[in-house]
Design a protein. Structure first.
Length: 168
C-alpha cells in the first residue's frame, strides 16, 4: 500500500469504526458535489464531508470522496504556491473519518462542532472560527465543510462582520 493510501481510520478510538460506518454516509451526501470548483476569496475551499475507506462498500467508486482527495485538489483561485494548512471541521460527529487522515498531510485540524440542521453559528462560534482563520489567512488555503452542503449557513457573512473583507 502506498504512503498516500495508508488508512488511519482504525487507530483513532474517537474516529470511525465498522459499527459507525454501518449507519451509512450522511443524508443527501451521495450526489452532492464533493468540492467547490475554486478557492473562495483566495483562501477558502468548501467541500462536503469526506468519508474514510470504511464507507467504500456503501458508495459507488465514482462518488467516493476521501480526506486525501481534498489535498489532491488543484487550488484554482488561491495565491500561487498556497497549500492546505488548516482544516476546519464544523460537524458534531467524528464517525466519517479520523482527524489523523488530515494531520498526516502536515495540516492542522480544528474541530468546531456547530449545531447544524439550519442553525446559524453563534457570535462566539464565529469568533473562534475567525481567530483560527486569522492565524493562517495569509499563507494557506483553509477548507471547511458541513455534512452535505458546500456553504454553512451563516459563515458566508463572517467576512463582513469580522472585517475580513479587506484581507481578501
Amino acid at each position: 500500500m502506498a504512503e498516500d493510501e495508508i488508512d488511519y481510520d482504525f487507530s483513532d478510538p474517537k474516529g470511525p469504526t465498522p459499527e459507525k460506518a454501518k449507519l451509512g454516509p450522511p443524508d443527501r451526501w451521495m450526489y452532492c458535489p464533493p468540492m467547490a470548483t475554486e478557492v473562495i476569496g483566495k483562501h477558502f475551499l468548501a467541500f462536503k464531508t469526506p468519508l474514510c475507506s470504511l464507507y467504500d462498500s456503501q458508495v459507488e467508486k465514482q462518488y467516493q470522496f476521501h480526506p486525501k482527495d481534498v489535498f489532491k485538489k488543484k487550488l484554482a483561485g488561491a495565491e500561487k504556491g498556497a497549500k492546505i494548512g488548516l482544516w476546519v471541521d464544523l460537524t458534531k460527529t467524528n464517525r466519517y473519518y479520523s482527524h489523523k487522515e488530515v494531520e498526516r498531510h502536515n495540516c492542522l485540524y480544528k474541530k468546531l462542532p456547530l449545531q447544524g440542521h439550519g442553525a446559524t453559528p453563534t457570535v462566539a462560534e464565529t469568533k473562534i472560527f475567525c481567530d483560527a482563520v486569522e492565524e493562517y489567512l495569509k499563507c494557506v488555503c483553509i477548507p471547511w465543510y458541513d455534512v452535505n452542503s458546500l456553504i454553512r449557513r451563516g459563515f458566508g457573512d463572517f467576512f463582513a462582520c469580522a472585517d475580513y473583507s479587506a484581507a481578501l
